[in-house]
Design a protein around this ligand. Structure first.
Ligand SMILES: Nc1ncnc2c1ncn2[C@@H]1O[C@H](COP(=O)(O)OP(=O)(O)OP(=O)(O)O)[C@@H](O)[C@H]1O
Ligand SMILES: [Mg+2]
Length: 282
């Protein structure tokens, strides 16, 4: 059985995508897992980090992205999505990463998201709107040890499709006042959703990202989070670092150290991945 983990936070720019891509690559190259990354965010950042923009355009023109899956749900008589064509095998710009596949996203998901939101029930749906991804991935999901889902910064229908198939989730957060503000709401909303579908969705923990050791704000917010947080906080802190930001660029490299950095960045992500795997029982 695949273990499915979503990455979520309502706050934008907190490192959701970077964390998802880094741990996907680590699980593949360092821990020999077969991994599927699912990009549910219309911003398509995880997709372009893993296959580059050129390949994404090609797939988008051929309608081989997740946008097509959700469009099909709006037009049940006209099903075009073919999961076997959409899944990209052996993705990542790192040669050492050999067992990571991707279900790509599309900018077109923005329109689909809006339509799904306005047509939330009734004759448009041949199926439950939060079950679209679950049904589509059913035939392939157990080909993988781990499935990692990069969610957009909202709790709309597309995100709920990701949570519907998740065993648990992680919340990347920058330890400052505004970035941590909505975390209790996310946790309680996901708890409600989990009760609605009567399946557990575990809050595996909060990933502290873009941490600035010199920042007194980061230091004190982290300290208070440790005392008051609704979810556990992973011990490994991911520092704010230029090379981590640079890893968003899709250019061929041989090793994960080359991509993420030799000054400890690789080791932080590796350590974090180990913690997450332990928490999720992988
Ligand atoms: N540890 C880090 N140090 C420096 N820059 C980082 C770090 N992590 C991520 N970044 C950069 O910060 C920006 C936001 O990160 P990322 O895209 O991962 O966040 P996100 O939460 O997925 O954002 P969104 O809500 O827009 O999807 C990106 O430009 C990324 O390259
Ligand atoms: Mg993102």
């Amino acid at each position: 059985m695949a273990t499915v983990i979503s990455t979520i936070n309502l706050k934008g720019g907190v490192g959701k995508t970077t964390t998802t891509v880094a741990i996907a690559e680590m699980m593949s190259a360092e821990f020999s897992k077969k991994v599927l990354a699912i990009d549910l965010d219309p911003q398509t950042n995880a997709t372009t980090m893993l296959i580059g923009e050129e390949k994404w355009r090609e797939l988008n023109d051929e309608e081989n992205t997740l946008a097509q899956l959700f469009k099909d749900a709006l037009e049940p008589d006209n099903k075009k999505f073919d999961i076997n064509k959409a899944i990209q095998k052996r993705v990542s710009n790192v040669a050492d990463v050999r067992t990571l596949d991707l279900l790509p996203s599309s900018l077109d998901l923005i329109d689909v998201q809006d339509k799904l939101a306005t047509m939330s029930s009734g004759r448009f749906y041949a199926e439950n709107p939060v079950d679209i991804l679950r049904r589509a991935t059913k035939p392939i999901i157990d080909d993988y040890d781990v499935v990692l889902i990069d969610c957009p910064p909202n709790l709309g229908i597309i995100t709920l499709n990701g949570l519907r198939i998740s065993d648990g989730y992680i919340i990347p957060a920058i330890p400052d006042v505004l970035s941590t503000y909505g975390i209790p709401q996310i946790i309680s909303r996901i708890k409600q959703f989990s009760e609605t579908i009567t399946e557990p969705i575990n809050a595996y923990g909060i990933v502290i990202s873009k941490y600035r050791t010199q920042s007194t704000v980061h230091h004190s917010v982290l300290k208070s989070m440790k005392h008051h947080s609704d979810a556990p906080i992973f011990e490994t802190l991911i520092p704010e670092n230029n090379q981590i930001a640079g890893a968003a660029e899709y250019k061929p490299v041989s090793t994960l150290r080359q991509k993420w950095g030799y000054q400890g960045q690789f080791d932080y992500y590796r350590q974090l991945t180990k913690e997450i795997m332990k928490k999720a029982g992988i």
